[in-house]
Design a binder for this molecule. Structure first.
Ligand code: GCW
Length: 847
């Protein structure tokens, strides 16, 4: 009963406003809908459907889809006459029971695969299992939503069996990083106040989205796991989550805290070789499977970033993983054991030129390949360190041959703009998946290692850290959902092209209008290269604040701490020497052909130069530019590209519903401004460090700017910003107290009378909502509030820094020569209405 109620709510959301809840499953009415009716089936026949299981769901989804898209009411029929045009959905087994001969003639299907045939209104959707039948149904509905009713047939099988989602949801808000660790779309849809939410409507809706892109399991709780997930009450709650997912063919898995036997079980040890510990875990698995017979398995982060693990007892990682694996074997479950193992406390960059976090995974896992149980998969982040804007593929992919692996991708944009910047990630993932590791000098693309093909392994696949939240947009921004869509699509078929995935997503999410599709493609395909250009190029990593929110620029934070995301930048040189010859030896962890490429500076691609080599700023790249000039140019180019997103999006006005048009416009405008913050911070930082001027004389030279500290100040005072590069000329102004209204005035004697874009750079901290007003000759041009912390889900910061620096622009303001420009800042809470500078920009100039 509960399940069917959930279904009804999930489906009845279809007619709701365009708030993003239905993402790409809107089933929006197509133009000329009636003209399709005769080519559509008139009844639905579900074979052997059981309420609460995917074939039954497929029937309901067909009803909702065909009615939404075409306004045609059809229903699931008990019996079907030969006169009816019918869409038949079921499993191979059910189909064979009806028509053994026809079932024999089906093409080969592996688990989760489906066969789909459309022939003049008669449609056959046969899944290898229930889930496959639902996947085939979604495939058919996606075609219908794009107006495609043509006859065709297709057999589709997944490239890999494991296509999981990891959510980093905490049991309790205020835990590590709030409700969802590195989540930018609101609170957890699963947990609140230490327990599983009573209303799991959003979980069911999430299951629907995941099923529609072929994803088959979810770990709902954070890998930094709270042992309390395993209390009897929470196990009951987990069973409710599993119930909400089951109609969609999505299985539930659980992230475990290695020390739970001690933390929760009251044992005096969590040593994986101690019988009482093993028994304790067996009891947990038994109890979970009693409640969730189809549970997918476990996810474990051990001995990493303060998490407990087997090494606490001098046991190997394999000892740890196998302990869980054995408790799962009676039930057919699997364990994903993370390779993200490193010590974040002992690495020392001054003491040891050879210390290198990038070496950790191979060092820890070497020698263990033969040791893992068959149901252990090692889960490896795509790069050797941590979800940076560009990393070489993790060398560990080439070391494990017997042990199955999953590749961990991050859909939530932790280091990549936190959904406040549009960054379409499929092109980056494709580069990773297509990268040829040349194991044994043979073709070895990462995608074939992951799927199991390259080393003949049965198990393998994908784990995507998604981190949706209660926001109706799921991820915090409508456009960020193209990344979730692409993740599912690539996990099913990594050979799809980034552009084709995107176009399909756009048509389903926004509109099939040619212009809409073109514009989103232009913006999206340019977005990762742009972000790389303005946030960290040449393989230096995302130069973000790694100690605080991982969001805005702060290059200095990379170095001189044990986190190991070092740049080793000094006055003359920059980059990590990872060669075998003279550095950390990391290049040597790759198979010989790849190792040779990275060892040699001549053959290392420019985009990874500083990942593998330590060079002078004057080192010449293959392009002929020096490293430092490339930095300057790339930051200007990247941020210039981000400026183009705004007019491109504006060209779609009227073609997108108002709600989503405004939402996206707001973010793209913000991104354009913040990309300038990135550009100027990173460029100022390296100019300051190297002392080498920009050949094009842009860095540190901004003729349209007036520094706030150069205004006449009343109630405002000059403030030295830290890190220095987060402010133009290193200074900002703040109100003299948090109750004093500040006024900053200046005379615009240097400009000609005309129309200007008035750009104001200020800081919006998470400590209050200051108000600013700007006047030209005492007439008010605008007023705004510092409330971005509510508008954008990105990590909040209480500082005047690169995270909070932002820009607002008032376009086309009429200003007379000699006019008085006045800004009034009213502090709020602890936010002192900070201002950095004003730019008076002639038309067409952005600076
Ligand atoms: O990227 C880092 C994140 C942590 C995360 C960790 C991991 C879940 O900053 O928030 O913890 O990686 O992947 O375990």
């Amino acid at each position: 009963m509960r399940i069917s109620l959930l279904l009804v709510t999930a489906l009845s959301g279809l007619a709701a406003a365009e708030d993003g809840l239905n993402a790409w499953l809107r089933y929006a009415r197509i133009s000329d809908a009636k003209s399709y009716h005769k080519r559509l089936p008139s009844v639905i026949s579900t074979l052997n459907a059981t309420k609460g299981l995917p074939v039954h769901t497929a029937g309901e989804e067909l009803v909702a889809g065909i009615s939404g898209i075409f306004g045609k009411k059809i229903s699931v029929a008990k019996s079907v006459s030969s006169k009816d045009t019918t869409v038949t959905v079921g499993t191979v087994k059910a189909y064979a029971a009806k028509d053994a001969k026809a079932a024999k003639a089906l093409p080969e299907l592996i688990d989760d695969g489906f066969y789909l045939k459309v022939s003049r209104g008669n449609v056959l959707i046969i899944g290898s299992n229930e889930r496959g039948a639902l996947y085939g149904t979604f495939h058919y509905l996606k075609l219908l939503a794009q107006g495609n009713t043509s006859d065709f047939s297709l057999a589709s099988n997944p490239d890999a069996p494991v296509r999981w989602v990891n959510q980093w949801d905490n049991m309790q808000d205020g835990g590590t990083h709030g409700s969802v660790e590195r989540g930018y779309g609101g609170d957890s849809i699963f947990f609140w106040d230490g327990v599983i939410r009573s209303d799991l409507t959003r979980v069911s809706q999430y299951g629907r989205l995941l099923a529609s892109i072929g994803l088959n399991a979810v770990i709902a709780n954070n890998v930094n796991a709270n042992a309390s997930i395993l209390t009897p009450e929470n196990m009951d709650g987990l069973a409710r989550i599993a119930d909400a997912f089951r109609p969609w063919g999505v299985q539930l898995g659980v992230a475990l805290n290695f020390a739970a036997p001690q933390l929760l079980g009251g044992l005096d040890s969590f040593d994986p070789l101690e019988p009482k510990v093993v028994n304790w875990w067996q009891g947990i698995s038994d109890n979970l499977y009693k409640r969730i017979p189809d549970m997918a398995g476990y996810l474990v982060k051990a001995n990493s970033e303060g998490q407990p693990g087997p090494m606490t007892y001098n046991r190997t990682l394999a000892d740890g993983a196998n302990m869980f694996a054995r408790t799962l074997q009676p039930y057919g479950g699997i364990i994903l054991f993370r390779a993200f193992v490193y010590n974040h406390q002992t690495l020392n960059q001054d003491r040891d030129w050879k210390a290198d976090r990038a070496n950790a995974a191979v060092n820890y896992f070497d020698g263990l390949d033969e040791k893992f149980e068959d149901n252990v998969l090692v889960q490896i982040k795509y790069g050797a360190i941590d979800f940076q804007v560009r990393e070489p593929v993790s060398p560990l992919f080439s070391h494990l041959r017997k042990t199955g692996v999953t590749i961990e991708l991050q859909i939530t944009q932790e280091y990549l703009g936190q959904q406040a910047h549009l960054v379409y990630l499929a092109p980056m993932w494709k580069e990773i998946l297509d990268f040829d590791m040349r194991v044994d000098n043979k073709t070895s693309p990462v995608k074939d290692i992951v799927s199991g093909k390259r080393f003949n392994r049965k198990l393998g696949g994908y784990a995507g850290v998604v981190n949706v939240g209660t926001n109706t947009t799921w991820l915090g921004a409508h456009t960020a959902m193209s990344n979730l869509y692409a993740y599912g699509k690539l996990a099913w078929n990594p050979s799809l092209k980034s552009e084709e995935i995107l176009d399909e997503w756009t048509r389903l999410t926004f509109s099939s209008d040619r212009k809409v599709v073109d514009v989103l493609r232009k913006i999206s395909m340019a977005s990762w290269p742009a972000y790389e250009n303005y946030s960290g190029n040449l393989g230096i990593q995302t130069l973000t604040d790694i100690l605080l929110g991982h969001y805005g620029p702060n290059p200095a934070s990379q170095d001189n701490n044990p986190w190991g995301q070092w740049t080793r930048a000094d006055a003359d040189t920059i980059g990590m020497d990872r060669t075998v010859k003279n550095g950390t030896g990391n290049a040597g962890q790759y198979p010989p052909e790849v190792a040779a490429m990275y060892e040699n500076i001549e053959t290392t691609p420019d985009n990874l130069l500083l990942w593998f080599h330590h060079v002078p700023y004057t080192q010449k790249l293959k392009s002929g530019k020096t490293v430092i000039q490339h930095f300057y140019d790339a930051h200007y180019e990247g941020s210039a590209t981000a400026q183009t997103f705004v007019p491109l999006w504006k060209s779609l006005k009227g073609k997108i519903d108002k709600e989503r048009y405004e939402h996206v416009l707001f973010r793209l405008t913000y991104q354009a401004g913040h990309s300038l913050v990135w550009r100027d911070s990173v460029n100022q930082f390296y100019f300051n460090k190297s002392g080498i001027p920009d050949q094009k004389k842009r860095v540190g030279n901004h003729p349209y700017r007036i520094e706030a500290e150069d205004f006449t100040l009343k109630g405002y005072r000059t403030y030295k910003v830290s890190p220095f590069e987060a402010a133009s000329k290193f200074h900002a102004i703040v109100t003299t107290s948090n109750t004093t209204v500040g006024t900053a005035t200046t005379k615009l004697n240097h400009i000609k009378t005309g129309r200007y874009d008035l750009a104001i750079n200020y800081y919006d901290m998470a400590l209050g909502n200051s108000t600013w007003e700007v006047y030209v000759d005492n007439s008010r041009v605008g007023k705004w509030k510092g409330d971005l912390e509510y508008e954008l889900g990105r990590a909040p910061s209480p500082y005047v820094d690169g995270q909070t620096a932002t820009r607002i622009t008032f376009p086309g303001v009429k200003i007379k020569k000699g006019a008085e420009l006045k800004i009034v800042g009213t502090p709020d809470g602890l936010e002192p209405a900070p201002l950095d500078y004003v730019s008076i920009l002639p038309e067409g100039i952005v600076d």
